[in-house]
Ligand binder design. Structure first.
Ligand code: MD3
Ligand code: FE
Length: 204
């Protein structure tokens, strides 16, 4: 079912079937075999609790020098692995359902949340064209997503995101503050004790 969160943001509940989700997790494993998960450093010197990797032409990275997109994985020195065809197809199908066709993602950030991991309120503003949406796919353990306003001080709405849920963020919602509350421990048949989030973007 399709639900509007706010202007420009669309929640597609159970958009991914169990069968498709299993194929996505298998594709994630292939990506991670080439570019392993790692806990990156923020410019302020903290280690992120969310473990990350990327696929596609550009990958999002952070270290003491700042946040940016780059074509090379700093861990391997190689290009990021290609975006699996199933990822691209899903991102395009979701963007269209959210009213943002055509969408050609050139970056996919893979986030893995283990119990206790969280992501503090932030804006996604390292992309060149803010007219392009972001598509996010949740797999595995449920999470409480925090959706704030245009100011960091706006009190965030709490939303539960479950495995198979997809959100398309564009238009006025594109620069909203958002984050993820501390992941509670649990067991999910698809992923075990973790949550994956795939975030599709057009970086350049
Ligand atoms: C709302 N990831 O990687 S995805 C991120 O669940 C990130 O891993 C979260 O925020 C996660 O940057 C949330 C949902 C999301 C992504 C981008 C947005 C929500 C957004 C951009 C604008 C507004
Ligand atoms: Fe974000």
């Amino acid at each position: 079912d399709i639900e509007s969160i706010t202007e420009g943001a669309t929640l597609l509940r159970a958009f991914v079937s169990d069968e498709e989700a299993a194929a996505l997790v298998a594709a994630i494993d292939t990506v991670l075999a080439h570019s392993p998960l790692r806990n990156m450093q923020t410019p302020g010197g903290f280690r992120m609790s969310v473990a990350m990797s990327n696929c596609g032409q550009f990958g999002w990275v952070t270290d003491r020098r700042g946040y940016r997109y780059q074509t090379l994985d700093p861990l391997t020195g190689q290009h990021w692995p290609d975006m699996p065809a199933a990822f691209v197809a899903l991102a395009q199908r979701a963007a269209a359902a959210g009213g943002f066709a055509p969408f050609l993602p050139d970056a996919c950030l893979v986030n893995r949340y283990d119990p206790g991991a969280r992501m503090s309120l932030h804006q996604d503003r390292n992309e060149e064209d803010m007219q392009q949406p972001i598509v996010s796919v949740s797999l595995g353990l449920p999470a409480t997503f925090l959706f704030g306003g245009m100011e960091r001080s706006d009190k965030p709405q709490r939303m539960r995101l479950e495995s198979g849920d997809v959100v398309v963020w564009g238009g006025p919602a594109r620069l909203a503050f958002h984050g993820v509350d501390v992941l509670r421990d649990g067991e999910h048949p698809l992923t075990g004790r973790c949550r994956y989030n795939l975030t599709f973007r057009r970086a350049r």
